[in-house]
Design a protein around this ligand. Structure first.
Ligand code: SF4
Length: 398
């Protein structure tokens, strides 16, 4: 790559960023903790959604020490709605490591920072360049797209080797005196101008030397092999209404401590094909359908409402025997028949203890709680169950 083109690229991008940068709360700080929180939240989540979460999270957990010491229930609650909860759990583990091994200060080398739980090559580069001004690349999908187009690279960006190649190229481009601005300029350019479809080349600050633009190939880049489609799973979900002293309450249970959505609260549900749900006569109790898509799995849910005293008859087994866990993340990702079998066995083993006490969402020990219209929002629930319960309570009026 010729030196002139590299230097020109960096200068144009930084100049453009300085004039056009989006005003975002995490851009008004160089605090590595704040940058870290923002970057983790922005994974898989849109900027507009992240802003209020970011502000609330920092109010509640204003320092790495506060995050390290936060009770799990409060942490999950603060993250509720952002999804991918392993992100915040990993942050807490990393915060504890920073407290113990680095005296509460974020380490400043790629080697050390990359050892922290949940901090991958992109996040490491973002923190090092933005907070500490170090010339470290931060390669995400936006950067891969801009680089593929500017340098006319036909490497598959779904491959880790392409990311490594692009990182190596960037080490020769990132300016020493404006590393954070360069990296953020790349992110902004990819998000606003060099977009996946219909890139706005006429407004682009680096169009003059962009190889894809000059070759008329912008729309065919980057090359990306298709990810596997999420595997559909048909499930029956139960809104179990309390009777007797639990009148007016519904049951929530806690998910297993490992795997998908670990330790979050949820409505009880089980893996059961729709056809079997009909055979079991659940249709009479049908309430609504819902869907939740993870990266590797798609829950297709049918929701049923029934009373606490009817549940055994309806399920053909006592509530305590209702399997709850999903195949864990690892077996899901493996996607093999053997892994699926192992996952199914894990599910059968993950029966819940239907503790008869009412409990409270803040009770770290409880595995089952009964909540009311007034208290259900205190429990950290995956989005899909929030949507179901919002409808349930709004339709039942005051
Ligand atoms: S000129 Fe077009 S293809 Fe090239 S970097 Fe700019 S927006 Fe992307």
């Amino acid at each position: 790559m010729d030196a002139f083109k590299k230097q020109w690229f960096a200068e144009q991008l930084v100049r453009w960023y300085r004039a056009n940068q989006r005003d975002l709360p995490w851009r008004r700080t160089k605090d590595p903790y704040h940058i870290w929180v923002s970057e983790i939240m922005l994974q898989q989540t849109r900027v507009d959604t992240v802003i209020p979460y970011y502000q609330r999270f920092l109010e509640k957990f204003p320092s790495i020490a506060a995050l390290a010491e936060a009770p799990e229930a409060e942490l999950l609650k603060a993250w509720e709605g952002l999804g991918y909860y392993s992100r915040v759990r990993n942050m807490q583990i990393a915060a504890r490591t920073i407290q113990e091994a680095y005296g509460g200060k974020m380490p400043k080398t790629r080697e050390e920072i990359s050892k922290l739980r949940g901090i991958g090559p992109y996040t490491a580069g973002a923190i090092l360049s933005i907070a500490f001004g170090l010339p470290e690349p931060a390669v995400d999908g936006n950067v891969l797209r801009v680089m593929s187009r500017f340098f006319l690279l036909y490497d598959d960006i779904a491959k880790a080797s392409t990311r490594v190649k692009v990182e190596q190229m960037l080490y020769g481009i990132i300016p020493e005196d404006a590393a954070g601005e360069f990296n953020q300029g790349m992110m902004d350019l990819g998000a606003t101008i060099c977009t996946p479809r219909s890139p706005n080349c006429t407004a682009c600050p680096i169009a003059g030397h962009c190889a894809a633009n000059l070759a008329g190939a912008a729309e065919e880049l980057p090359v990306k092999s298709k990810a596997k489609k999420p595997r559909p799973e048909e499930r029956a979900v139960y809104i179990i209404e309390g009777t007797g002293k639990r009148q007016g309450k519904i049951m929530l249970r806690r998910r297993p401590s490992e795997g998908l959505l670990a330790r979050m609260w949820e409505l009880p549900h089980e893996l059961l094909p729709f056809e079997a749900q009909e055979q079991f006569g659940l249709s009479e109790r049908f309430y609504m359908e819902a869907e939740h898509i993870f990266s590797h799995i798609r829950w297709k849910l049918r929701v049923y409402v029934c009373g606490e005293d009817e549940i055994e008859e309806l399920l053909g087994k006592p509530l305590e025997q209702l399997p709850g866990g999903e195949q864990d993340d690892r077996s899901q990702q493996a996607g093999t028949a053997a892994a699926a079998e192992a996952g199914a066995a894990a599910e059968a083993a993950a029966a819940y203890d239907a503790d008869p006490s009412d409990g409270s969402p803040a009770d770290e020990e409880a595995s089952v709680i009964w909540v009311s219209r007034e208290t259900w929002r205190e429990a950290a629930l995956p989005n899909v169950f929030i949507r179901i319960l919002e409808r349930y309570y709004s339709e039942r009026g005051e």
